[in-house]
Design a protein around this ligand. Structure first.
Ligand SMILES: NC(=O)c1ccc[n+]([C@@H]2O[C@H](COP(=O)([O-])OP(=O)(O)OC[C@H]3O[C@@H](n4cnc5c(N)ncnc54)[C@H](OP(=O)(O)O)[C@@H]3O)[C@@H](O)[C@H]2O)c1
Length: 267
């Protein structure tokens, strides 16, 4: 990580109360000049950050609620900050369940959190991004690279985010505003205790088995992706790379692998 890159930067992080967003915040605290934090739990965020010197601006916001996102945008635009260098579109939820039994309300909630909230926020902050020639980096998932069985709401909400943020990237390229999509593999966070099951109840699943990343490893990959001017679609490990490749060269092989590997998740 290039510490100098972050000097004097103004950044905004959604979902910094836990997991990957929290790890990004810890790495940037003391490097970035100003860190806006949009969260449903702003108090939790301040607890572990004493003794460092970035200016933290806490804005309460449930990203799935349009009025709260609008209010957050207004308060950022009214602040003395005139530009935004990096917007970490990171808050998100997962949703697990078969396609045929997942309630529509679960699809809607997942899309409000993972798609509508983030794009509303980016739209509202375009003037600040333009003024900084800034970067939007979205924490996506390998599950956005192909519809994953047992994850139709999650996969589709993040895949929709890809399409919107790719359109944004092309439209903004003449203004040198960037959009990066990062697709982490399984990561040890609260995601499986905070997502939704097919009925809309809170999930309480164990972490994925096997070798999984730490939130800090993923945060570092995200920060390095921002520092690299060529980043567009970033897959962090072999699982993302294989998904991206097999989608193009042999989707039927990819579907067979997912059927066998994830059978228990949807049967
Ligand atoms: N963990 C993985 O295996 C994995 C893999 C690939 C991608 N990702 C992505 O990584 C991102 C971060 O997740 P994580 O793994 O770090 O899980 P996490 O520990 O559960 O963190 C999720 C964060 O999003 C926030 N959030 C959720 N719903 C929100 C809402 N309606 N309004 C405002 N904030 C909300 C949570 O804040 P509250 O404290 O308010 O709940 C929390 O800070 C997500 O977008 C997820 O899709 C995770």
């Amino acid at each position: 990580m290039n510490h100098n890159y972050w000097k004097d930067k103004t950044v905004l992080i959604t979902g910094a109360s836990s997991g990957i967003g929290e790890a990004i915040m810890h790495r940037l605290n003391g490097l970035a000049e100003t860190i806006f934090l949009l969260s449903r739990n702003p108090k939790i965020i301040t607890e572990n950050n004493s003794g460092k010197n970035s200016r933290m601006i806490l804005i309460p916001c449930d990203i799935s609620k349009p009025d709260q996102v609008e209010k957050a945008i207004k308060s950022i635009l009214k602040s003395k900050v005139s530009s935004l260098d990096v917007l970490f579109n990171n808050a998100g939820i997962t949703a697990h369940g078969r396609f045929d039994t997942t309630q529509m309300a679960v699809f809607r909630k997942t899309f409000e959190t993972n798609f509508f909230g983030p794009i509303r926020l980016v739209q509202g902050l375009v003037p600040l991004l333009l003024s900084a020639q800034g970067t939007v980096v979205s924490t996506s998932t390998v599950s956005a690279l192909y519809g994953v069985p047992g994850r139709s709401a999650y996969s589709s909400s993040k895949a929709a985010l890809h399409a919107a943020m790719e359109s944004f990237r092309i439209e903004m390229s003449e203004h040198k505003v960037r959009s990066i999509l990062v697709c982490p593999p399984y990561t040890r966070t609260n995601l499986r205790q905070s997502g939704l099951d097919e009925d809309g109840s809170i999930l309480k699943e164990e972490q994925a088995s096997g070798k999984i990343k730490t939130a800090d490893e993923v945060a570092l990959s995200i920060l390095e992706a921002v520092e690299n001017p060529k980043s567009k679609l970033v897959t962090i490990d072999k699982s993302g790379f294989a998904m991206k490749l097999l989608r193009l060269i042999s989707p039927s092989t990819l579907e067979k692998i997912m059927f066998n590997k994830l059978y228990k998740d949807f049967h």
